[in-house]
Design a protein around this ligand. Structure first.
Ligand code: SF4
Length: 184
């Protein structure tokens, strides 16, 4: 087991964000988790990974973020203390479980933040039909990059004539470890 103890757990409502019903929390680790970070990035679809400084940013769901460093974790966006503690325990479990399976995981050194909206846009139908609920394919592309929606949300993309675009888009997204929040 890589990580046994989480110490110095602090939870607080940030003064700069006091109007919002969200909590921030921080804690330290008893071990250096750097060896696990590229594997966590691969398995959890990291938003950004700074290999040089060993910082991994995870977007868990809308408004919930986890920042992992060698000996430290910061969680932003939990709704209450119970959720904050549950997230902390979940990430501890993920660190140990993923690290134990590292021999069968291909580490990833890029994050989803490297995805470019224009590159996504070029692989949509580009008809601005609004069937996805967005006013334009550009708006859809931006939401897709953020991991807020999935390919299923663009019905035309599943038509035979857009098969090549769909497959290229899927491969492009996957190459950055993209995970839609609502994807199966
Ligand atoms: S449904 Fe697809 S083609 Fe239509 S606007 Fe949305 S992204 Fe563009």
């Amino acid at each position: 087991m890589l990580l046994e103890k989480i110490n110095n757990y602090e939870i607080f409502r940030p003064k700069c964000d006091s109007t919002k019903e969200v909590l921030h929390s921080i804690a330290t680790f008893d071990a250096d988790i750097a060896p696990a970070l590229p594997y966590l990035n691969a398995e959890l679809g990291g938003w950004d990974y700074d290999q040089q400084n060993q910082v991994l940013l995870l977007k868990l769901s809308a408004g919930k973020w986890v920042t992992l460093q060698r000996h430290e974790i910061a969680i932003r966006g939990a709704g209450d203390m119970e959720e904050s503690r549950a997230l902390l325990e979940w990430i501890k479990g993920q660190i140990n479980e993923v690290y134990e399976r590292r021999d069968i995981i291909t580490p990833r050194y890029t994050g989803q933040a490297g995805l470019k909206v224009m590159d996504i846009l070029k692989l949509t139908p580009m008809t601005n039909c609004k069937a996805c609920g967005y006013a334009t394919c550009m708006a859809y592309a931006a939401a897709l990059r953020e991991g807020e929606i999935s390919l299923n949300d663009c019905p035309p993309l599943w038509e035979e004539k857009y098969r090549e675009k769909r497959e290229k888009l899927h491969a492009y997204l996957e190459s950055f470890g993209w995970r839609a929040l609502d994807a199966e």
